[in-house]
Design a protein around this ligand. Structure first.
Ligand code: FSO
Ligand code: SF4
Length: 516
């Protein structure tokens, strides 16, 4: 096997041998390569034979399947390969698969650019898939998946590949806007919401991942059954959506970020539903109560299929019975509640207040401290950074990296909390909307705003978001905890020279540099 698509890759260079750091077997990794090869073959066929709605959906599912911590199951990956090959045949395609392993062996700059495209497409596929589940799609986005995949099979140089890298960022912006519209149309505009970390006594289900539609379906199926529902990880922002929080049995949030799940789920007396990544290999102390749905798959776990009949999850929760007494959990820093619901709809509704606070000097600087969490000790940087930010600064955050500091009480500025959670990783779209609105209000470019992005990355959704920020011309981004293994020295130089991407150092030094 060879895989270097995520931040925890072995020795910072690539996972090889019999399993990846994430627990993916060599056989599953090889099958994921085969699936990607088949997808590139399908995309090449679509250059001459018109794809159908089914082709587009299959492309999303297959790309999503290969994201880190989504699918560990050789049999379901094989089924996906067969479906992609059958689709190619149905479209009348003669061409064979393209062997993606050629990319891993290519010149390091070509490998780097093609990896940025492939991993960006994988991340974007997750967003497009969630939008599709809520009935939204975009011809531009669908067409670009095929264009980008076909480009991976071309014998192109840097001059041809770089524009495709940038186009991935551009199209991902459209895709995030699509998902934002899908979420807010289905569930309303998120509003600021305090979420308890207490688990009440009695049966409960923990829902994790990013798929709001799955959460809604589960809430409907559990209504009146005496089962409480708790979010976990990237599902936390669901509490901000009016049409989800109207369910009285959506009670609070369980646990922290994904990398702590093996400890936090140990012997938990409730059922756990994974709607997307980040799934870690479940330990025997709780594997009997973990369920998967959508493209998530792990050998031996019960999978909830397209009929979305959550009866096995419900029965397991009832059988386990929950805690006999209320449990008072805390966040990483000892806080008993967290807040969410500060999407662009809320922040921009008080834009006048924010602008006045900046003009009057009450707010000196904005930080977007967000992105993915992970297991590396260096990620304490983000907690320390937030703790050390001066009292006249605002911290916007999103994605699972926020669990490092979202239970801290840093006070308020002008009635607004100093830490504002904008939502899931795809809600980077909210941050972009706020930044653009502020730059218009102040009559300057986004790079001239008192705003600094301090990002943490882990998997491929972070790759497509980063490409979107670069496409928008955002400069001076601080990135950590380490730089991607798939970025070659030449490509890194390009990013540093053109966008001044800076690897994080220490919170003290970086804050000094940023605030002058
Ligand atoms: Fe995190 Fe996992 Fe949302 Fe990722 S839970 S790491 S970038 O899947 O997608 O932030
Ligand atoms: Fe390694 Fe990450 Fe690939 Fe898993 S997804 S095999 S940890 S690089």
């Amino acid at each position: 096997m060879f895989c270097f698509q995520c931040e925890q890759t072995m020795r910072g260079t690539g996972c090889t041998g019999c399993a990846g750091v994430c627990g993916k077997s060599a056989a599953a990794a090889d099958l994921q390569d085969e699936l990607t090869s088949a997808l590139i073959g399908l995309a090449r066929v679509c250059q001459t034979n018109a794809p159908t709605a089914q082709t587009h959906r299959l492309v999303l599912e297959a790309l999503f399947t290969t994201i880190t911590n989504v699918n560990f199951d050789e049999s379901t990956i094989q089924i996906m390969i067969d479906r992609v090959r059958a689709e190619k045949a149905a479209l009348g395609g003669q061409a064979g698969d393209y062997d993606v392993r050629q990319i891993w062996k290519a010149d390091e700059d070509i490998r780097s650019l093609k990896s940025l495209i492939l991993f960006g497409l994988r991340g974007m596929a997750a967003y497009a898939y969630h939008a599709l589940m809520l009935g939204r799609s975009s011809e531009e986005v669908d067409a670009f998946f095929l264009k980008g995949l076909a480009a991976l099979g071309e014998d192109w140089g840097m001059d041809e590949l770089l524009p495709i890298v940038m186009e991935t960022g551009k199209v991902n912006l459209t895709c995030m806007a699509l998902l934002d519209e899908a979420n807010t149309t289905a569930y309303g505009t998120p509003t600021p919401t305090t979420v308890p970390l207490t688990i009440e006594k009695g049966p409960f289900i923990i829902v994790t991942g990013h798929d709001l539609k799955d959460l809604e379906l589960l809430l409907k199926q559990t209504e009146g059954k005496g089962i409480n529902i708790y979010t976990h990880g990237e599902m936390l922002p669901a509490h901000g959506y009016p049409l989800l929080k109207k369910y009285g049995h959506l009670k609070g949030n369980f646990g922290t970020a994904w990398q702590n799940q093996q400890k936090e789920f140990d012997n938990v007396p409730g059922a756990i539903l994974f709607t997307t990544n980040c799934l870690m290999p479940p330990r025997s102390s709780y594997s009997d109560r973990v369920f998967t749905t959508e493209v998530v798959s792990y050998p031996g776990l019960v999978h909830i299929g397209e009929d979305k009949d959550f009866t096995p999850v419900i029965e397991k929760a009832l059988a386990l019975g929950g805690y006999s007494e209320e449990q008072h959990f805390t966040g990483i820093n000892g806080g008993t509640t967290v807040m969410t619901g500060f999407g662009h709809g809320t922040v921009l509704s008080v834009a006048d207040k924010v602008i006045d606070a900046v003009k009057g000097g009450a707010i000196k600087h904005f930080f977007l401290v967000g992105g993915c969490d992970g297991a590396r000790p260096g990620r304490n940087y983000y907690t320390d950074f937030v703790k050390q930010t001066p009292a006249d600064t605002v911290i916007l955050t999103l994605a699972c990296g926020k669990y490092r500091f979202n239970d801290l009480d840093l006070g308020t500025i002008g009635g607004l909390p100093r830490i504002m959670d904008m939502g899931q990783c795809n809600d980077a779209y909210s941050a972009i909307k706020v930044a653009v609105a502020l730059s218009e209000a102040f009559g300057c470019g986004v790079n001239d705003l008192p705003l600094t992005l301090v990002l943490s990355w882990y998997e491929q959704k972070a790759v497509c978001i980063l490409l979107t920020l670069l496409y928008l011309g955002l400069k001076n981004i601080y990135l950590g905890p380490t730089l991607p293994a798939f970025v070659s020295p030449n490509v890194l130089n390009f990013l540093v020279e053109n966008y001044n991407i800076t690897p994080i150092s220490t919170p003290e030094e970086d804050l000094k540099k940023i605030l002058g």
